[in-house]
Ligand binder design. Structure first.
Ligand SMILES: [Zn+2]
Length: 309
């Protein structure tokens, strides 16, 4: 049995974002605390006592306080149920939380060589002593089973696969420390409980739904999918930025080639948007956009949502 906890559902900046006065951020600050959301990350466990994080957001400390499942074992002076972190990209909202795990507990970072190269080239990550915090390269299309610090298998099989996306924005126009090959910048994950065979997909970033991706996701009990923006030009028309969703490596929820339309005919039991930007009107419970998303079978989760698969 796989347990999944949505630690955070928001895109970079969270909801509300510190410097943002958009309608969603204003409502989240004043009168609608239920709209507040931390930056996207989930935790998974097959045994309810060892947990793996999928991405480590800048809000990790707050998320770990909120999630009882991830508290130290009662009676232990130093302990964490977190035994590993799987990174799907090198963006700030996916890796910065690692710096909040620097107090000497062992765990393993699983990431593509491109993302490991980013960590290695930034000396601040040396605060994670490699003797305690091992780094394991993962490869596209090669399933792996993360392990506990004592080497025992987790019972979880993870298949990383390439999805259409972008490299980390802070590396745009610069030499990537992991090389110029685009492979490995953005990964999707299929996560499977080896005991039950049940699986789900995690795609916090995806610029385009290809036919290959549609057939991959067909028949899945659960998919977490990129819900960054409602409209591709949302940040531009709201006066919040100069980039389209696509230019940032994120498909829109709406539109003929958006996520809702692209996955409409695909047999997926439960569809959950994740990595939702504070500019996205579907975050507002009473919005027309929210109603469209929900009537198309999509959920927008609150932080702390727990799912048993
Ligand atoms: Zn905002």
């Amino acid at each position: 049995m796989l347990r999944i906890v949505v630690l955070g559902a928001a895109a970079g900046g969270g909801v509300p974002q510190w410097n943002c006065g958009c309608p969603v951020c204003r409502a989240a600050r004043d009168g609608h605390p239920e709209l507040r959301s931390t930056q996207a990350s989930i935790a998974i466990s097959a045994d309810d006592s060892h947990w793996f994080l999928i991405n480590a957001s800048p809000d990790l400390r707050q998320q770990l306080i909120a999630a009882k499942q991830l508290h130290p074992k009662p009676g232990s002076l130093r302990h964490s149920p977190i035994t590993g972190v799987i990174l799907t990209n090198g963006e700030i909202d996916a890796v910065t939380g690692l710096l909040s795990m620097r107090e000497g507990s062992p765990f393993t970072i699983y990431a593509h060589a491109k993302v490991l190269a980013i960590l290695k080239s930034n000396s601040i990550f040396n605060v994670l002593n490699e003797k305690l915090v091992r780094r394991e390269p993962i490869e596209v299309d090669r399933p792996f089973e993360p392990r506990f610090p004592d080497g025992a298998p987790s019972g979880i099989e993870i298949l990383p696969f390439a999805v259409s996306g972008k490299g980390a924005w802070y590396l745009e126009g610069r030499q990537h420390p992991g090389g110029s090959d685009g492979t490995g910048d953005t990964l999707g994950l299929r996560i499977r409980d080896k005991a039950t065979g049940r699986h789900f997909y995690f795609l916090a970033a995806c610029a385009d739904v290809s036919d290959e991706l549609k057939s991959r996701l067909a028949g899945s009990p659960l998919v977490f999918f990129d819900g960054t923006v409602w409209r591709d030009d949302e940040l531009i028309t709201a006066g919040l930025g100069s980039k389209t969703g696509k230019a940032m490596g994120h498909i829109a929820m709406s539109g003929d080639d958006g996520a809702i339309a692209s996955l409409a005919g695909i047999d997926i039991d439960r569809k959950i948007f994740l990595h939702i930007n504070n500019s996205n009107p579907a975050l507002l419970h009473a919005s027309a956009e929210r109603q469209i998303a929900e009537s198309a079978g999509w959920q927008i989760p609150a932080d702390g949502t727990e799912i048993v698969l």
